[in-house]
Write a protein that binds this ligand. Structure first.
Ligand SMILES: Cc1cc2nc3c(=O)[nH]c(=O)nc-3n(C[C@H](O)[C@H](O)[C@H](O)COP(=O)(O)O)c2cc1C
Length: 357
């Protein structure tokens, strides 16, 4: 389904260091202040949204500092005016009534700019070692779908009575609901069959990990033909951007970053800790991720300003309307993107739409 609006551009708040880390010189850290700096700068230069990932402990290394997603979302909502704040949530960490109340709280703080990103968890130690538990993949999704169905009704201001396999809720209603719109928006990520079905039934936007265009096209084709109620599902894509005046400059900037990318021993630190049934990780093993948040350079946002703008337009043409991007250095490069790429994409889309008239 084609959205006729220009795409929305978002940034990832950093969650493992600054994405690219010179391990010889620094210990990766993503403290709250860094998140605030990135989001305030993103808003100032014209990004539409900011995504805060949820990891209670850092999956790359538990000793690396990582900020708490929901308190960071509330705090950044209070220091911004326009940008959408999206906080990821793993359903097993909170009871749905408590989480819905928190979401409505940040909806109020942000005056109608809050969204949740439903993520069903893949990092085993976080949930196992806390005693919360990590059931098998599809059982976790059954729990997650029931959990999200309750959250969605509560954040819509409905009075909820629910008797399901996991939750029993009796005549519950949260007040205030959103004072600005029907409810906060719902994004979701995850590629498995139950993740696709959950997105179809319960989300507003399905987020896809960075990967090549043909893979993304096939996934959108699969999910957009499913039956659902309400507005058509929207699609979002993650990716890491290296944009310069020329392709050669971008390639050499990337080569410099790759020299600092995690070495094999740092990568293998996560082996055995990832749910072996997590489909997203099987996909990302097929494509070079290299640097950045989810999927890194796999979608191909590396090159001259023209090349990167054209690539974004190609993804837009197959149905991606939200881009969740990461950069290094964080602030300098997101500001370059806003200056050089966003106007070029708008021009390309306007030209193409004029040609269609
Ligand atoms: C854009 C995007 C953001 C994500 N953010 C998080 C996150 O903050 N925390 C997390 O544990 N997983 C995150 N995930 C991972 C997925 O939600 C999911 O756990 C993973 O894809 C495994 O599920 P699957 O088997 O359905 O693919 C994210 C995925 C995507 C595409």
């Amino acid at each position: 389904v084609q959205d006729k609006r220009n795409p929305k551009f978002g940034v990832w708040a950093p969650h493992w260091g600054k994405w690219v880390v010179d391990y010889a010189r620094e210990t990766p850290a993503a403290p709250y202040q860094l998140i605030e700096d990135v989001i305030v700068s993103a808003e100032r230069v014209g990004f539409d949204s900011a995504l805060i990932a949820q990891h209670t402990v850092n999956p790359k290394n538990p000793a690396w500092e990582i900020a708490e997603a929901w308190t960071a979302a509330a705090a950044t909502a209070a220091v911004t005016k326009r940008i959408e704040i999206i906080a990821a949530i793993k359903p097993r960490l909170y009871h749905p009534v408590v989480l819905a109340k928190m979401a409505l709280g940040i909806e109020e703080i942000s005056q109608g700019r809050f969204a949740i990103n439903f993520v069903n968890a893949w990092f085993k130690p976080e949930l196992e070692d806390s005693g919360i538990g990590f059931p098998p993949h599809d059982e976790r999704y059954a729990y997650g779908a029931e959990w999200l169905s309750v959250v969605k009704r509560l954040i819509s201001g409905e009075r909820v009575t629910h008797n399901g396999a996991h939750f029993h809720i009796d005549d519950y209603r949260l007040s205030p609901a959103s004072l600005h719109r029907q409810r906060p928006l719902i994004y979701s990520g995850g590629e498995s069959e139950p993740a696709r079905e959950l997105a179809t039934q319960l989300a507003d936007t399905w987020l896809i990990n960075g990967q090549p265009l043909e893979e993304v096209r096939a996934k959108i084709a699969d999910v957009s033909t499913r039956t659902r109620d309400g507005n058509p599902l929207q699609f979002g894509l993650a990716g890491f951007v290296v944009a310069r005046e020329t392709d050669a400059e971008a390639e050499s900037a990337l080569a410099e970053l790759v020299k600092l990318a995690p070495n094999p021993s740092q990568r293998s630190a996560m082996s055995g800790k990832i749910d072996p049934d997590a489909v997203m990780h099987k996909t990302s093993a097929k494509y070079p991720w290299v640097v950045g948040a989810n999927g890194g350079i796999a979608p191909g946002f590396v090159g001259s300003y023209e090349r990167v703008a054209r690539r974004i337009q190609e993804f837009y043409d197959i149905g991606i309307t939200a881009f969740l991007l990461s950069f290094y250095p964080l602030i300098e490069e997101q500001e370059r993107f806003a200056r050089e790429i966003i106007p070029r994409v708008a021009e390309l889309i306007a030209e193409r739409e004029e040609a269609l008239v």
